[in-house]
Write a protein that binds this ligand. Structure first.
Ligand code: PBG
Length: 346
């Protein structure tokens, strides 16, 4: 090896004797493409969509540029557009009128409720599109929590909530969803939902379990979108008693193992970008398909920085998704699904 001396001019013919020159694999776009390890496909994406009652024009969510609350008719149109771009799955979330909410979330019991009608409309128009619904009570409760509260109103009551969620999953299965996705983090809910689905004859309805869901600040814009922000995150009643502490890796893995044992078909880590280590850990410990949810705050912060001219939107979007896939996710729930699918088509 030659020794470099300060201030010595480098001769024009100066050559290192290097057997390994990693830059050989980066010399041209074609060579780079040949050795590319991680590839995104539109089929990797699940697009989360928000649905509202009635026939309003699409209403943009202030903290989520490019995301809208859609009437059922517009939701069907959006699903068609996604389908054309190669996106094969959607996750639907209802945004309810405030007057339909109460502490017990009883509107969820309505067999003709908004989300069930939305599911039926989408499945009727696009039978092959994979439709996923959230199993949690937060869109229905005045306090914004994912379940019902104990008598003192101090915490979400686990077992009574699980009973509600199991019944909720059966209602969604009856409406025709392909997968139910419990996002509530109650103990024992995956097993209870599996038993309830099977008992009702829905052995083919799958469960995508939000197995590793952290108590994250990145859910802020979503809570604006569905109007569940009221109590969640307030001092009196945060979601910390059911969602995971972001500091805990071992506890996260224990949750994933439990959900797999209880019958989850797909495991999920959420959020994604700040938890790539957890995605990798779960990938290595379980042979189940793994989903990761790039949540609202991850989407919004990229948009915000792009609006300020600080980040390039398309490149940052792509890089954020590549990172999640590289970490080990098979499926990615992302609000970028449509835009990235469009970009991949070019
Ligand atoms: C609630 C639910 C949340 C998200 C999906 N389902 C928010 C929460 O736990 O308060 C967040 C999704 C996102 O931020 O994009 N069951």
């Amino acid at each position: 090896m030659l020794k470099m001396v300060d201030h010595m001019p480098t001769p024009a013919a100066f050559k290192l004797d290097l057997p390994c020159r990693p830059r050989r694999l980066r010399r041209s776009a074609t060579v780079r493409a040949l050795v590319e390890e991680t590839v995104l496909r539109p089929e990797d994406f699940i697009a989360p969509l928000f649905v509202v009652e009635g026939k309003p024009a699409p209403e943009e969510i202030a903290s989520m540029p490019g995301q809208f609350r859609l009437s059922i008719a517009d939701l069907v149109k959006e699903c068609r557009a996604l389908r054309k771009l190669g996106v094969k799955a959607v996750a639907l979330f209802p945004k309810l009128d405030a007057k339909l909410k109460n502490a017990e979330g009883t509107e969820e019991l309505n067999d003709d409720g908004l989300i069930l009608r939305a599911v039926k409309a989408v499945k009727k128009a696009l039978p092959e599109l994979v439709v996923i619904t959230d199993v949690a009570l937060d869109p229905y409760t005045t306090h914004g929590h994912d379940g019902v509260l104990n008598a003192a109103g101090t915490d979400v009551e686990n077992d009574r909530t699980v009973a509600r969620l199991a019944a909720m999953a059966v209602r969604q299965a009856r409406a025709g969803v392909d997968f139910v996705a419990p996002s509530d983090m109650m103990d024992g809910r995956v097993g209870a939902i599996r038993s309830a689905l099977d008992a009702a004859g829905f052995t083919e309805t799958g469960i995508i379990a939000y197995s590793v869901k952290f108590n994250s600040a990145y859910y802020g814009p979503f809570r604006d979108a569905v109007g569940s922000a009221q109590a969640a995150g307030t001092k009196s009643l945060s979601k910390a008693t059911y969602q995971l502490n972001p500091a805990n890796r071992r506890e996260a893995l224990a949750e994933a193992v439990l959900d797999a044992a209880e019958g989850a078909d797909v495991l999920m880590v959420k959020p994604a970008g700040a938890y790539l280590d957890i995605i990798r850990d779960v990938r290595e410990r379980s042979d189940k398909p793994l989903a990761a949810y790039q949540v609202s705050g991850e989407y919004s912060q990229i948009h915000a920085a792009a609006r300020l001219g600080w980040l390039d939107l398309a490149r940052t979007r792509h890089e954020s998704l590549i990172a999640i896939k590289r970490a080990g996710a098979d499926l990615i729930l992302t609000y970028f699904a449509k835009d990235e699918a469009k970009a991949l088509a070019h």
